[in-house]
Design a protein around this ligand. Structure first.
Ligand code: URA
Length: 268
């Protein structure tokens, strides 16, 4: 038993040390008391949002996937949906929009360019920028507008900085282009520039040698068509000295179309 003066001394020592509560007969979980004041933890951790990352797909798998997917499309709308779901071309992940096609899908003339630029990427339509405006003028000069032709590109997504698409990117998209040709089913194919020419005609020769003469082309589905390559309008903007060659090619195209009974507009 502690006598009262000693107890008083002891209590005042405790008091000076900051003790303000006597030990209770039941134990307290002080950590639990802190937890109870915290907001409840979320059940599912929130997903961090960032730019989508292109999956790594080998060129072989990309081509095989593109082939199966493109072949199953029975309409242009289905082909567009299949392209939107296609993961085999990383350009999709840096582009803003898919640029599918424009013009008359029932036309007898189909133009194929390289890849969208900045304006096309923004608007989701092919050939609407500076070179597209020149292309429209070139074809209007022989009586063809987008009511008389259909137009698309080898690559439906803009390559960053407008660089040329790589052969691997072109190969990955090729089954879709081939299906696109069969779904439009034109009689005349016009390849605009070196990339479209190389990708669809293959071989060693470039646009300088291949341009300006009609060749036979058999589509994937076996339809026979005439194909011709012309200079890309972007090249003509950089090298206006080549406009004469382009004019000769356009006149040749015009005569062939008239001979085949394609209706041309009198726009001049
Ligand atoms: N150049 C192309 O080849 N295609 C476009 O759509 C625009 C510019």
């Amino acid at each position: 038993m502690i006598d009262s003066p000693k107890l008083n001394t002891l209590l005042s020592i405790y008091k000076d040390a900051g003790v303000d509560e006597v030990i209770s007969p039941t134990s307290h979980n002080r950590f639990r008391e802190i937890e109870d004041t915290l907001p409840p933890a979320p059940l599912v951790l929130e997903e961090k949002k960032g730019p989508p990352i292109a999956p790594l797909i080998s060129p072989k798998v990309a081509y095989a996937t593109a082939n199966t997917s493109a072949q199953s499309a029975q309409t242009l709308e289905e082909l567009k949906t299949a392209l939107m779901a296609f993961e085999g071309c990383a350009l999709k992940y840096t582009a803003t929009n898919l640029v599918f096609g424009d013009g008359n899908p029932k036309a007898r003339v189909m133009l194929i360019g390289e890849a969208p630029g900045a304006d096309e990427d923004r608007l989701g339509l092919p050939f609407v920028g500076q070179s597209g405006q020149l292309l429209d003028k070139m074809f209007a000069a022989i009586g063809l507008t987008r009511q008389e032709f259909y137009i698309t590109n080898i690559i439906p997504w803009r390559p960053p900085g407008n660089r040329q698409p790589t052969p691997a990117e072109a190969d990955a998209c090729l089954p879709f282009v081939r299906r696109h040709i069969d779904l439009v089913s034109p009689d005349f194919l016009i390849l605009v520039g070196g990339t479209a020419t190389k990708t669809l005609l293959g071989g060693r020769d470039g646009i300088m040698r291949l341009r300006g003469s009609w060749k036979d082309y058999t589509s994937e589905a076996g339809k026979k068509m005439k194909v011709i390559a012309i200079f890309h309008p972007a090249y003509l903007l950089r090298s206006p000295g080549q406009k004469r060659e382009l004019w000769l090619d356009l006149i040749k195209i015009k005569h062939s179309l008239i001979n085949a009974g394609v209706e041309l507009k009198n726009l001049l």
